[in-house]
Design a protein around this ligand. Structure first.
Ligand code: NDP
Ligand code: 8X3
Length: 255
């Protein structure tokens, strides 16, 4: 297995959900952590909780210059990143395309696509130079299966799938691994964000079912990273047992 006790793990979106759970999971190995998010208070609280070396980075991944500066300015002890968990992301709204808010669409593209690109491009050259590294991207089942209202969110996650596979193509011979982890229904702050603070609406998404937890996904992130260095999980789709598929919608009228 890959020894993570000496690894440096860079996690974006570490203030909540999968990112915070992954930070705790890797801290269990003794890994050094770089934790990124916009909410400084949450990063500080996590740093105080974890018993491993932690460097916090407060920024918005949509800010290209800030991402590049933060990575080039990492303290020497945290600069050799072994694992990048490209997790920062969000869905905004569930409206049908004709009614959807164009600003929401742009925010999802800027965060889920461009932010992930910036972090990858900033960190990848060091991994290639050291011939060691693993990029774990957070895609989604929404990147594979369409659903009403998934429109641009799903499309950003389809980008993550194809970008991950194309990175594998570019990184042939580099020893750098790339994984796209594609969770299904998972209860985090995801739906509160999607419904812009409407907690009742967010709760209704998970009512009466047993969704995945952030810890379940952290376990998957940790598992792909801990596998022996010659094994690359390209894409890993994970759903709760209670989530499955429905038939195609067929629109009918008297033709
Ligand atoms: P949460 O809302 O709980 O966490 C999202 C994290 O992303 C937060 O730490 C947030 O930090 C960070 N983030 C959002 N926007 C930015 C930004 N512009 N700059 C920096 N950080 C940002 O959601 P999850 O943990 O559920 O989601 C994590 C990832 O997993 C996302 O990419 C999501 O699309 C994906 N996913 C989620 C699923 C689910 O059902 N929950 C299923 C499949 C995929 P802060 O606000 O402090 O900046
Ligand atoms: C989050 C899962 O199905 O709500 O990516 O889009 S879903």
């Amino acid at each position: 297995m890959t020894d993570l006790s000496t690894a440096t793990v860079f996690i974006t979106g570490a203030t909540s959900g999968f990112g915070a759970a992954a930070a705790r999971r890797f801290a269990g190995d003794g890994a050094r952590l770089v934790l990124l998010g916009r909410r400084a208070d949450r990063l500080d609280a996590l740093k105080a909780e974890l018993k491993v070396p932690v460097h916090t980075v407060v920024l918005d991944v949509r800010d290209r210059a800030a991402v590049i500066d933060a990575v080039t300015g990492l303290p020497a002890d945290f600069a050799k990143i072994d694992v990048l968990v490209n997790n920062a992301g969000l869905a905004l709204g569930l409206e049908m395309a004709p009614q959807a808010d164009l600003d929401d669409w742009e925010t999802m593209v800027d965060t889920n696509i461009k932010g992930l690109m910036y972090c990858t491009r900033a960190i990848l050259p060091g991994m290639v130079e050291r011939k060691r590294g693993h990029i774990i991207n957070l895609g989604s089942v929404a990147g594979t299966y369409p659903y009403p209202g998934g429109n641009v969110y799903g499309a950003t996650k389809a980008f993550v799938e194809q970008f991950s596979l194309n990175l594998r193509a570019d990184l042939s011979g580099s020893k750098v691994r790339v994984t796209n982890l594609r969770p299904g229904l998972c209860e985090t702050e995801f739906s509160v964000v999607r419904f812009k603070g409407d907690a009742a609406k967010a709760d209704s998404v998970y009512a009466g079912t047993k969704p995945l937890s952030a810890d379940d996904i952290a376990e998957c992130i940790h598992w792909v990273a801990a596998l022996p260095a010659h094994i690359n999980i390209n894409s890993l789709e994970v759903m709760p047992v209670d989530q499955a598929f429905s038939p195609f919608t067929i629109y009918r009228e008297n033709h």
